[in-house]
Design a protein around this ligand. Sequence first.
Ligand code: MLT
Length: 268
Amino acid sequence: MKAIINNALLRYIDVGSPSSVPVIFIHGFPFSHRMWNFPGGQVEALGATNRVVAFDLRGHGESEVGTGHYSIELFVDDLFALMDHLHIPSAVICGLSMGGYVALRAAERNPERVRGLVLCDTRSEADSNEAKVKRANSIKFVKANGMKFYAQDYVKIVFAPAAFEKHPDTVKMVQSIVERTAPIAIFGTLLALAGRTDTTAALPSFTFPTLILVGEKDTITPVAASQAMKDKIPNAAMHVIPGAGHMSNMENPAVFNKHLTEFLATIK
Ligand code: MLT
């Protein structure tokens, strides 16, 4: 489905059992809701037990690109506007990497809208200077070489090496999502990522149930970044997903879904 949400045409899916606990999935950079919606994926796994919403952030997937002037704050505005549009006062928010940054900031800003939080392969700290310089270099790279080469390189960073043998179709799907992202959205999102706030100080105030999942071989947001969040969030649970890189939900969906469904069963 598509609807005008916060003045942008956003693509979303709203499936599963309508009267049960809603779970909203937020994808990483620069992916789309399809990273949750694949055979054996999270949308399928939760369809019978939860209301499942997954959407494309503006500039991504099939959502409107607009001006490319983005911020994590704007993505949080979009999330809350989507929840209003769907008449969902509060939900379990599940975000991977950039989706986790959006979820963390949403939880800091409006905790009453969060029934539970699932933080996958993400971190609460803002970008270091080194990370900001990397973002600037990525913009230069895309300008010089285009999206095809960017996507080819990007999948090598986000997937653990074994994924290329074990899940070639998954890697191909993600590569094509990245490749089809508009350069203007890539530039705008990289600047948004570089400019995001640090949400670490808010973690001790999180009183809703929180689950942290991270791929054992994630090199972008490593296990240590998840452990640092777990140490600060009261009663957070954390699991390391064996064999998975940064795309833990796609690289080892069986283990990921097991932890996710067990966590959601505790939320009424
Ligand atoms: C993502 O997967 O969303 C990105 O790796 C996040 C980032 O670059 O910080």
